[in-house]
Design a protein around this ligand. Structure first.
Ligand code: GYE
Length: 335
């Protein structure tokens, strides 16, 4: 917040002449108090808080940061429905919020509502989820910046860890996120970037688990029945789906396979429960994806309103944690 120091050096000049400086000081003080008092109203269009532990932590980080920064946060949750989310963004435009923050449920179909935001002179900041605009709209500045994790890097990091752990020979089951969501698309591509270098590594089955443990568990139960001990590893696109995979393996007494030992499991997110399962050696590796975006995104949003410009993309830093280094890092985990 800019600092306002009263202009004291006006004291001691002649009376008529003294009115001018006095008025200037009063005006300046008025302007400063007005500026400091301005509370920004920011519309946050969240994709689906109920979809995962990650999303819950993400939503909380926005609520906490809004309180801390004195921001009036208008929050809407699309419940995983992209058409609902587009309508909610339009509602923010109609309500003339100062900025819109969008965590897009799916990558496509944002052109018309973002063109409407542009026409209404409401800046848009993308949080976490990337989008793909039509070629004719890509240079129209329909969003100020995107802040989040490099999903393709996360897929590559998971592939690289598995290639090293298996010396490049492994039959893999992939449990994806929803088809149209940026992290699923990019993590899948990144993982295949690495597999392309190792002919001995094959994806023998792949299906969406919708970010949820219960759905991933059902998918994994079927693959255990079809493939059984032929499965060397599972790549789960997020923590919650990795939890479902562990349960499915543990509950299949007939096969008697052990998660983390007979079947390797690598996931993405790296939340607290994920760390607990790394420490219990039921998960092998987690590529971190930090959900605590609230403060940085809301700070950037307010600075955009104060005329500051930002690079088009800003990446969070993510690391890889394994069953060998999780215990040391556990205490410092913030989510
Ligand atoms: O990996 C998953 C969440 O967009 C990075 O969405 C996020 C993903 C995260 O539901 O758990």
């Amino acid at each position: 917040m800019r600092s306002c120091t009263p202009i004291s050096h006006f004291a001691g000049t002649s009376s008529r002449k003294s009115l001018g400086p006095f008025l200037a000081m009063v005006l300046l003080l008025f302007f400063c108090t007005w500026a400091e008092a301005k509370t920004y109203r920011i519309g946050f269009a969240q994709s689906d808080t109920a979809e995962s532990d990650w999303r819950k932590a993400n939503t909380e980080s926005f609520r906490d940061a809004a309180k801390e920064l004195g921001i009036d946060l208008a929050f809407k949750d699309a419940g995983g429905k992209t058409d609902v989310q587009r309508r909610q963004v339009q509602e923010f435009i109609d309500q003339k919020v100062d900025v819109i923050v969008l965590s897009a449920n799916e990558i496509n179909g944002w052109d018309s509502v973002l063109l409407a935001a542009k026409k209404a002179k409401i800046p848009v900041v993308l949080s976490d989820r990337t989008i793909v605009l039509l070629p004719e709209n890509q240079s129209k500045g329909l969003f100020v910046t995107w802040i989040g994790s490099d999903f393709r890097y996360e897929g590559r990091a998971a592939g690289a860890w598995l290639a090293q752990e298996t010396a490049g020979h492994c039959n893999i089951v992939e449990i994806q996120g929803p088809v149209g969501a940026a992290p699923s698309i990019e993590r899948g591509k990144g993982f295949r970037d690495v597999l392309g270098l190792f002919p001995g590594m094959k994806i023998i089955a792949s299906k969406p688990g919708m970010w949820r443990a219960d759905q991933a568990k059902e998918v994994m139960k079927k693959y255990l029945k079809d493939e059984g001990a032929n499965i060397c590893a599972v790549f789960a696109h997020n923590d919650n789906m990795a939890f479902g995979v562990v349960e499915a393996i543990e509950e299949n007494r007939q096969l008697g396979l052990r998660p983390g030992k007979d079947i390797l499991i690598v996931g993405v997110d790296g939340g607290r429960h994920g760390f607990e399962l790394l420490i219990e050696k039921k998960l092998n590796a987690l590529v971190e994806c930090n959900p605590l975006l609230g403060k940085i995104v809301l700070k950037v949003a307010t600075e955009v309103l104060q005329g500051r410009s930002f690079p088009p993309t800003m990446y969070m830093e993510d690391k890889v944690f394994t069953m060998h280094n999780a215990a040391q890092a556990f205490a410092s985990r913030k989510y």
